[in-house]
Design a protein around this ligand. Structure first.
Ligand SMILES: Cc1cc2nc3c(=O)[nH]c(=O)nc-3n(C[C@H](O)[C@H](O)[C@H](O)COP(=O)(O)OP(=O)(O)OC[C@H]3O[C@@H](n4cnc5c(N)ncnc54)[C@H](O)[C@@H]3O)c2cc1C
Length: 474
């Protein structure tokens, strides 16, 4: 490691190499759920420095773990421990290189934080699609590598749909320059798609050209009680019919989360007094405030008339609108309850979400009556985050005893995964595979698909030096 450190220092300079106790902050993900070990972190400032790092690490037979904002939820950005590894942080590659409102495109380095792309786009009357709770820390390189989803998928699609072109440093140190802004290119295999959702296993994304969209500056949202859970899809279809392209989000929130967030986060005020089991947070967007409001009111009235909705509130100011979405950002239960949860990032066909949730809850509580079953998600994408606190999680439920977590985990994972697959669903809807889901993924994909994935990995990275232990087991 001493010689490796000296070589990296010579190539990248003191700002580009971290060693000793400063490495610690890079070894655990932001949520504190996954940790790994590494003695050196490199922080290249350019594509050329990434190339140098890749070549030096190859010479020393050391693996590379790419890291961006380290907000990933599946352990992808910390070393898995399979091989000695260096963490390569793209955080210093944080320049917006070009913004072209005429072509609705922006070109950025991989370490640009998502919020910075939003700010730059909004400043030229354009919108950027990739948006989720970690927008202030997650970076473009990480968002693309996990094929991030979030709040805007209903309107614009996932990260996969936002990328026009990429620049990637390959495991052999060559640079693939696919940094094009073309909307159409039918010239053969679309290589960039392999790196999107590739979790750094095929190369290091250094730059991206991303789509921008017309800005819809007016947002107005409604938080309401779901009156008839079995008819949730009818409520969603109604919102789509009335809102058209103006329906920008349709989120399912558990009533207990709506009640709990303001208790735990006093900066968020309670927008709706409710005893309901489920609520929806629906956002309509557009350029004309009157049109946005009249559509939202029409949706509210028709949903009420059809007995689909209970009590509801509609935001009447920017402060109220912001409060609703801050509440939404805090709905993930990890900070609301105690104990280590077991999580599923589920997608199922949109019209089967309620059926899935009912069966999943039944399954979990049959197996573990004291457990807390908690779910929320992006109904418009059929994506529900399903979380179980085996010991109840405190906060008024269960006995909070997680002592037999390992044993119960195995059975819960196996039975829930089977349930998800019986719906034709995925256990990796938007957070990726990382280390967390590698083994379980084998149950979701056919042997043919797994063999093709292994062949692709082998072609790009025959030495297995790029983010080993993630996404696919060789
Ligand atoms: C509060 C919170 C809310 C979230 N909500 C959502 C949500 O709604 N939807 C959603 O999809 N995700 C969500 N996430 C998960 C997370 O933000 C995303 O997975 C995000 O895409 C990770 O970005 P990052 O920059 O932090 O990447 P990291 O965590 O640093 O890395 C993620 C993966 O990408 C690889 N990688 C990073 N940079 C590169 C690069 N330049 N080249 C190649 N590979 C690279 C890493 O090796 C790792 O495998 C949430 C996370 C938090 C903490």
């Amino acid at each position: 490691m001493d010689k490796l450190y000296t070589d990296l220092l010579a190539a990248l300079g003191a700002k580009g190499v971290v060693q000793g106790s400063d490495v610690k902050t890079y070894l655990t993900d932001m949520q504190g759920f996954h940790s790994g070990s590494a003695e050196i972190v490199v922080r290249p400032a350019s594509t050329e420095e990434v190339v140098s790092t890749v070549k030096i690490c190859a010479r020393h037979n050391v693996a590379i773990v790419p890291q961006a904002g380290n907000t990933g939820l599946c352990g992808g950005a910390v070393p898995a421990g399979e091989k000695p590894a260096v963490i390569l942080s793209v955080a210093r590659m944080n320049q917006i290189l070009n913004i072209d409102p005429q072509c609705y495109a922006i070109t950025v380095e991989a370490g640009v934080i998502l919020q910075a792309v939003h700010d730059a786009a909004n400043a030229v009357d354009r919108a950027f699609a990739m948006d989720w709770g970690a927008r202030g820390s997650a970076m473009v390189g990480g968002g693309i590598s996990t094929n991030g989803g979030g709040l805007n998928v209903l309107r614009y699609g996932t990260a996969r749909d936002q990328v026009l072109g990429l620049e990637v440093v390959l495991p052999d140190g060559n640079v693939w320059n696919g940094l094009r802004a073309l909307r159409k290119d039918a010239s053969g295999y679309d290589l960039k798609q392999l790196f999107i959702g590739g979790e750094g296993t095929l190369g290091i994304i250094t730059k991206a050209c991303l789509k921008l969209h017309p800005l819809q500056p007016v947002d107005q949202s409604m938080l309401g009680e779901v009156a008839d859970f079995e008819r949730l899809n009818e409520l969603f279809v109604l919102a789509r019919e009335i809102g058209g392209d103006g329906l920008s989000a349709f989120e399912l929130l558990p009533g207990e989360g709506v009640r709990r967030v303001p208790q735990v986060k006093p900066t968020i005020s309670s927008p709706l007094e409710t005893d309901a089991e489920w609520c929806i947070l629906v956002r309509f967007s557009g350029r004309d405030p009157d049109q946005v409001e009249s559509r939202l009111l029409a949706f509210f009235q028709q949903a009420l008339d059809r007995d689909l909705l209970g009590n509801a509130i509609i935001s009447q100011s920017i402060a109220q609108e912001d409060n609703l979405w801050h509440l939404r950002d805090e709905i993930p239960p990890e900070k609301l309850y105690e104990g280590k949860p077991i999580k599923w990032d589920v997608s199922v066909p949109i019209d089967r979400v309620t059926e899935f949730l009912e069966q999943a809850k039944h399954l979990v509580l049959n197996l573990r009556p004291q457990a807390r079953f908690y779910a929320f998600g992006h109904i418009g994408d059929g994506n529900v985050h399903t979380i179980v606190f085996p010991g109840g999680g405190g906060g008024g439920g269960g006995d909070n005893d997680d002592s037999d977590l390992d044993q119960i985990c195995t059975e819960l994972y196996a039975r829930m995964d089977e349930l998800i697959w019986s719906f034709g669903g995925s256990i990796c809807a938007e957070h990726g595979v990382g280390t967390e889901n590698v083994d379980r993924l084998a149950g979701q994909k056919s042997e043919t698909e797994l063999q093709l994935m292994r062949a692709i990995k082998q072609l790009f990275d025959p030495e297995g030096r790029m983010n080993p232990g993630k996404l696919i087991s060789m």
